[in-house]
Design a protein around this ligand. Structure first.
Ligand code: DQA
Length: 146
């Protein structure tokens, strides 16, 4: 089936809820995804989710998204800051990308200030914790409606 939103999460985001909750909040990734699922159901939009700790698996999944999804929402986590492979595949699939981060990467260590996702994204949302995903989802729905 084509159309819809693919939500991709990178390394260590499977630990959300347990991992540094003061930075990343107490909600698990499954809980965040459930909220997006109900937003998708209300909007009548298909949503699919993928999380991996492995760069190559993320590249494979993004390649497969070509012709199958209208928008990609991605929190590439640490890979955001250095993965040319993720940058390249997002460029290659030619699907609008929305970048998400739970934390404000620009208010943290300097090595987090660079994102290789931003140059290939239509926009990004960061710093609102789990709400960043819901805001990104609203933006994705708008892109699909237009
Ligand atoms: C993150 C920020 C990254 O710098 C970090 O490596 C993560 C999570 C965020 O959502 O705030 O794993 O992408």
């Amino acid at each position: 089936m084509s159309g819809g939103i693919l939500v991709i999460n990178g390394p260590n985001l499977n630990l959300l809820g347990q991992r540094e909750p003061s930075l990343y909040g107490t909600q698990s990734l499954a809980e965040i995804n459930r909220e997006l699922e109900s937003m998708a159901a209300a909007a009548g939009i298909r949503v699919d989710f993928f999380q991996s700790n492995h760069e190559g698996e993320l590249v494979d999944r993004i390649q497969q998204a070509r012709d199958n999804f209208e928008v990609i929402i991605i929190n590439a986590a640490a890979l955001s800051h250095y993965s040319i492979a993720i940058h390249d595949v997002l460029r290659a699939v030619n699907i609008p990308v929305i970048e998400v981060h739970l934390s404000n990467i620009y208010a943290r260590e300097e090595f987090r200030h660079q994102s290789l996702i931003s140059p290939v994204a239509v926009g990004g949302i960061f710093g609102f914790g789990a709400l960043s995903y819901r805001l990104a989802f609203l933006a994705a729905c708008e892109i699909i409606r237009k």
